[in-house]
Design a protein around this ligand. Structure first.
Ligand code: C2O
Ligand code: CU
Length: 497
């Protein structure tokens, strides 16, 4: 925490300590330990959890099916949501680090799909990349995903085929992996999955390709914003009683500001688990695919109400023009006396910088080419869909992600965490990072193991599908390329629409 921030926290604690009721009782307020959240604090936000059918406590095994499920999202209307196990979001997967996850997946959708485990260091054949790591799961077919959760953190899962449409229609879910040896972070946990849908007034879906070329260029924001599948739900808080929010931006394009004036936020983690140290921030912005893990300290007047609101985020050319403010999460501070918040540990984890001694340097340019065919214009290093990078197990590389386009792009790499080479950032492991328009960002990555074909792409899924994606071939220790699972299959949906 910065010195001013710490001073602010101390000042706040001191203000509470001398609050009138505390003086009247002639005692300091109780610290938040043992003080519970308001009754029903998270009832509007709870998500379904899967039914574990494996008696082994270290194995989480369940059936997951994707199907069209009618739901009431806009009151009084019906939306044919594309859902996992009939819930929106899909079931929240909770496990401990080292647990094995076995998911028996059945596709009951009218089109092919796969599941990608975003941020999870899976073996290559579990990555859900159609045509690279597995065949598409056709309607009526099944596929079993089976892997060990190697890292603690907040992750998520979603399809990797026709993904702009499939994800925006509701196919996504969160994964929380806990590590009991981590330092205790204050606050009861709340998992928040932010997303949006393009809905007509009658609840039906807008066309997935609405807006044509401009829809692709800007990325499609659905105008119905959802938190855990609901429009502007409420969380109840008590002043001083912390909550630990694990937030996933599962929207296909929308960036989310995370801010609420008069309350405080201490970010403790992100994509790849805890950061090295906590960081107090008045406002954060999440890009699609990213996660944050943040301690929220309610500091509102007892009995007051506030709301987190979406505001236009400038993510490049014209994207912030004409947007309106949309409240997406209401925060009700219950009418109970404030208590003193608990301290957040100042050292969360040690993150060794990647050794760059023999690092190979590469350029990954995020390009928008000329021409008017939207399927041809977005690319990586000037190629739509087809660019391939190559490396080998054990190699360390530095990539300069050079965004030469007029729009921001959240850059995502499958299979490996990276470190952003920027001294102004607190060290953490990332798998998705925003690269603002006309800027460069350098990342370091070590291909520690798991040879195979991986993907890298923009997580604005309209951009990904238009071509801003590439593949990464990691040869094994003998220099052998992986066996491809199906020659000539499509890397993405283009042929499946
Ligand atoms: Cu979350 Cu390749 O994606
Ligand atoms: Cu993009």
């Amino acid at each position: 925490m910065k010195p001013q921030a710490r001073a602010a926290v101390i000042a706040f604690a001191a203000a509470l300590a001398f609050a009138p009721q505390a003086l009247a009782q002639d005692s300091a307020p109780a610290p938040a330990a043992g003080v519970s959240q308001p009754e029903g604090w998270d009832e509007e936000l709870r998500m379904a959890e899967p039914a574990d059918k494996n008696p082994d406590p270290t194995i989480l095994e369940f059936d997951l099916q994707a199907s069209i499920t009618d739901m009431e999202i806009i009151p009084g209307t019906t939306t044919p949501v594309w859902a996992y196990n009939g819930s929106l979001p899909g079931p929240l997967i909770r496990a401990r680090v080292g647990d094995r996850l076995i998911v028996h997946f059945t596709n009951n959708l009218p089109e092919a799909t796969t599941i990608h485990w975003h941020g999870v260091r899976v073996p290559n054949n579990m990555d859900g990349a159609p045509g690279l790591t597995q065949n598409p799961v056709e309607p009526g077919e099944t596929f079993t995903y089976d892997f060990v959760l190697e890292d603690a953190g907040t992750f998520w899962y979603h399809p990797h085929l026709n993904s702009a449409a499939q994800v925006q229609r509701g196919l996504y879910g969160a994964i929380v992996v806990e590590d009991p040896s981590e330092p205790a972070i204050p606050g009861d946990e709340l998992v928040l999955v932010l997303s949006d849908m393009g809905l007509n007034d009658d609840g039906s879906f807008q066309e997935a390709d609405r807006g044509g070329t401009f829809g692709v260029l800007f990325g499609r924001e659905g105008d119905t914003i959802l938190v855990n599948g609901k429009i502007a739900p409420t969380v109840k808080v008590r002043a001083g009683v912390q909550q630990r929010w694990r937030i996933v931006d599962a929207a296909i394009t929308r960036y989310f500001p995370i801010a609420l004036r008069g309350h405080s936020w201490i970010r403790v983690g992100g994509d790849g688990g805890l950061m090295e140290r906590p960081e107090e921030l008045p406002r954060m912005v999440m890009a699609p695919g990213e996660r944050i893990d943040v301690v929220f300290t309610p500091e509102g007047e007892p009995g007051s109400e506030g709301e987190l609101a979406w505001l236009p985020v400038d993510r490049g050319w014209g994207t912030a023009v004409g947007g309106r403010r949309v409240p997406y999460l209401k925060v009700r501070t219950v009418d109970e006396p404030a208590v003193e918040p608990l301290p957040v540990p100042q050292q969360l984890r040690t993150i060794e910088p990647i050794d760059l001694t023999d690092a190979v340097e590469k350029i990954v340019e995020l390009t928008i080419m000329g021409g008017d065919d939207p399927v041809q214009m977005m690319g990586i290093n000037g190629e739509a869909h087809t660019h391939q990078l190559e490396s080998q197990v054990g190699a360390t590389e530095i990539w300069t992600i050079d965004n030469t386009s007029d729009f921001d792009h959240p850059f995502h790499l499958h299979g490996y965490f990276f470190q952003v080479l920027d001294d102004s950032r607190i060290p953490e492991w990332k798998d998705t990072v925003n690269v603002p328009d006309h800027t460069k960002l350098r990342i370091a990555v070590r291909f520690d193991d798991r040879p195979g074909m991986w993907m890298l792409h923009c997580h604005i899924l309209d951009h990904q599908e238009a071509g801003m994606m590439a593949s990464l071939l990691i040869r094994d220790e003998n220099g052998q390329p992986p066996k491809l699972i199906s020659v000539g299959a499509q890397m993405d949906h283009s042929a499946h629409n």
